[in-house]
Design a protein around this ligand. Structure first.
Ligand SMILES: Nc1ncnc2c1ncn2[C@@H]1O[C@H](COP(=O)(O)OP(=O)(O)OP(=O)(O)O)[C@@H](O)[C@H]1O
Ligand SMILES: [Zn+2]
Length: 734
């Protein structure tokens, strides 16, 4: 009988699988597929996944021997296993890298499977005694909370007390708390009843409940229309059928409040998966899903890889959000992969948005998705009134017209809250010498033709490149003429904050952007600081989506003009989504909302269409334009990118790739190749960036061509020397 070898996918950038003889004493069998195996690879050790069994030919050179399995059972099985194979083929990516991306980091590194017994905490006797005399601070606050809870599992702490680990450690050191094993979940509070669904919500909920098997829905509901209530109804129905539900949300949307709301309403533990968790926590949730003990999983992009042995529903909130697309490594799109999984599992999938992506709208129009519309706001809330403010020739302060400032004043005086939106972080987008015209550029991202300005921060004292992260102190004198007339040009959120804080000393003025809100719970802390009192929030697109601030009555949009004339074909879509979403924060409860949109281009067709016809009018026009220009969603794109310190090698590599693609047989004539050309951002962090855009009207054509040439492209001599990537369905051509 010929011996059987194990075939393995390893996390290496090669499209091949690797054969090994089984570890000593093990007879390979079909049950090994999907198991993690440690193997020698070159001088190193690696963890791979068994993909199949192969007969080892007696006359072939001897294979290396595997070191050992990491556990007795497969970690990847069933539908997820099949879907990941599909994903590797679709992205033309090595299977080993795709499988590694799907696994939680600890499992990828070869650590043991997590212990999913539930750990919890409680006060000790000493803790109860010492509590009244503890100093005020985080540990005391946590101890008081624990006293009220009795015993509390860690997962509940993650939701209700974000940042609990440090104060818990401090209490633990003093013997005031102890860790306990909570194999049984304490009951979640009895589910709270939500608002009675309105007619449109009920119709949407009924349609989802009636679905049988794979059924994709677009829940297209204006901002504040109560899409979340429809999701909750669908999830409750899924739980009642004894099935698991996966909810994908954008990075920004996953707040402790949102999790708590889901848990209260569903009456079961809600398992979160997001970048704020450590690797062990992520692995625990992943494995709890694989065991079916996690019934509801709410997570950001990478949560699309959780195993769902007993799935009943997938929800993708804000389906248009760009954070669903992975921008490096394995460039998957979580929304699209979620739909593929739903199809394989034969379950409904709900895509929700007030501003659906054009891809999704086109799928709905073509009848591939059922369209569910919520055209009115829920409850008594009314849509906000939108006014365009023409600021040509107006005197501006920190980029804001006097009418804007007085509107903010009126809103505050009426007891409301104001959101000032400016999609530019920092103090000013540029530092300029008024004497000689010198300006600060990033030395790592600029080219002679295309200088990249550095953004001024801290009132102009620091410089930062928003493309590569390069930072340095601002010079005190002009490096060219030694003059002292260095001036920050233009306006970012910091400068707006400076002005508003000086003018509105009677209310809190809070800036929210990536600079001020590094930590996940910081955003909520900002909201808590504000409470329901009058005040001003200044923010970038972090503030545009998903937040429900009942007292927000005015949204002041300062400066969107940069976006109106961008070269990227998706810029109109992105800008429209951003504007509609940010406008949608106003007037979500009983107080009416107003949106003031300041621009130097009041007659721009995009603004005109959006304001008079709304997002759908824009989308219809834009879809017609895309169709005429053969752009996505009417064409399918892949971008081959390459970069190096010097531009020659990337150019040569892409030219060879192009040559190979041109050589593919005749039935792929319907394919267009653009490039090699410098990327719209031709240099970043010292690397020259080139790209080749491949497009085809038929998805199949594109994939046939890529399938034919990618294996050869990987073996080109330059492929090993360069940084390069293939991005199928690229979203950004940057
Ligand atoms: N049927 C209803 N009756 C009364 N209030 C409701 C109803 N449905 C939802 N609401 C309330 O309306 C508000 C908006 O709901 P929700 O946050 O679900 O909207 P959304 O469609 O997700 O909005 P967005 O897309 O802007 O985030 C919430 O405060 C919610 O509690
Ligand atoms: Zn830079």
């Amino acid at each position: 009988m010929p011996a059987t070898a194990l075939q393995l996918a390893l996390p290496v950038p090669l499209p091949t699988l690797f054969d090994y003889t089984p570890p000593p004493g093990h007879m390979a069998g079909p049950g090994d597929v999907g198991r993690r195996l440690r193997v020698p690879f070159g001088p190193r050790e690696m963890v791979g996944i068994v993909t199949g069994l192969v007969p080892s030919a007696p006359d072939a050179p001897p294979l290396r021997e595997a070191l050992g399995f990491l556990e007795p059972c497969p970690v990847l099985t069933g539908e997820l296993w099949d879907s990941l194979h599909w994903l590797a083929r679709y992205l033309h990516a090595p299977l080993g890298e795709v499988l590694a991306t799907a696994l939680p980091a600890t499992l990828r590194r070869g650590e043991a499977l997590p212990d999913i017994a539930d750990h919890g905490w409680q006060l000790t006797e000493a803790g109860y005694t010492a509590l009244p005399s503890l100093r005020a601070g985080a540990p005391r606050q946590l101890a008081e909370w624990l006293q009220a809870q009795g015993q509390c599992p860690e997962m509940r702490l993650d939701i209700a007390q974000p940042g609990w680990r440090a104060p818990m450690r401090s209490l633990h050191k003093r013997g005031l708390v102890e860790e306990i094993d909570m194999t049984m979940w304490p009951p979640v509070p009895t589910p709270q009843i939500g608002p009675t669904l309105n007619h449109a919500q009920q119709a949407a909920a009924d349609a989802i409940r009636a679905a049988n098997g794979y059924a994709p829905f677009l829940l297209d509901g204006v901002t504040g229309s109560g899409k979340t209530e429809v999701y909750l109804d669908a999830i409750a129905d899924c739980l009642a059928r004894g099935r698991q539900a996966l909810v994908l949300v954008p990075e920004i949307g996953l707040t402790p409040q949102m999790l708590a709301r889901f848990e209260q309403r569903l009456g079961v533990p809600v398992h979160a998966l997001h970048s704020g968790l450590n690797d062990n926590e992520r692995a625990r949730t992943w494995w709890a899903a694989a065991n079916g003990s996690a019934q509801v999983i709410v997570g950001t992009r990478s949560a699309v890889f959780v195993p769902l042995p007993n799935a009943g529903l997938i929800v993708i909130d804000e389906e248009h959000d760009s954070s669903y697309k992975q921008f490096d490594g394995i460039r998957y799109h979580a929304r699209d992969f979620a739909i593929v999984r739903a199809k394989t599992m034969g379950i409904p999938v709900v895509l929700g948005s007030a501003t659906p992506s054009l891809e999704t709208l086109q799928n709905a129009q073509a009848g591939r998705y059922s369209m569910l519309r919520l055209t009115e706001r829920a409850g008594d809330a009314k849509p906000p009134r939108v006014r365009v403010l023409d600021v040509r020739k107006r005197p501006l302060q920190a980029g804001m017209a006097p009418e804007m400032l007085s509107a903010i004043r009126s809103a505050i005086d009426a007891g409301g809250q104001v959101l000032v939106f400016k999609n530019r972080r920092g103090y000013a987008p540029m530092l300029l010498c008024h004497d000689c015209g010198w300006s600060a550029h990033c030395p790592r991202c600029s080219t002679p033709d295309k200088p990249t300005p550095m953004t001024a921060h801290a009132g102009g004292k620091r410089l930062q490149c928003h493309h590569c992260g390069n930072r340095r102190p601002a010079p005190s004198a002009c490096p060219d003429c030694a003059g002292l007339a260095l001036e920050p040009q233009g306006n970012g959120t910091e400068r707006i904050e400076e002005l508003l804080a000086a003018q509105f000393t009677d209310v809190p003025v809070i800036r929210i952007d990536r600079g001020s809100t590094q930590r996940r719970d910081a955003l909520q802390q900002h909201f808590d600081t504000l409470g329901s009192q009058p005040g001003i929030l200044i923010g970038t697109q972090m503030l545009a989506k998903g937040h429900d601030l009942p007292n927000l009555t005015l949204v002041a949009v300062v400066g969107i003009d940069e976006g109106l004339y961008s070269a990227d074909f998706r810029s109109g879509e992105k800008l429209s989504q951003l504007l509609v979403q940010v406008a949608g924060r106003a007037g979500r409860a009983d107080k009416p909302g107003e949106v003031l949109l300041q621009t130097h281009h009041p007659d721009h067709p995009l603004l005109h269409t959006l304001i008079n016809g709304g997002y759908h009018a824009f989308a219809d026009e834009e879809l017609a334009l895309r169709d005429a220009a053969s752009l996505p969603p009417y064409a399918h794109l892949a971008v081959l990118r390459a970069e190096a310190k010097h531009v020659d090698a990337p150019t040569r590599f892409l030219a060879e790739a192009k040559h190979l693609l041109e050589g593919v047989n005749a039935d792929v004539q319907a394919m267009q190749l653009h490039g090699p050309l410098p990327a719209p951002m031709p240099r970043r962090a010292g690397y020259q960036r080139m790209q080749l855009v491949i497009s085809a009207s038929q998805r199949k054509t594109l994939h046939q061509a890529l399938g034919t040439v990618m294996p050869t492209i990987r073996t080109l001599p330059d492929a090993r020397k360069l940084r390069w990537s293939l991005d199928v369905d690229a979203v950004d051509l940057y």
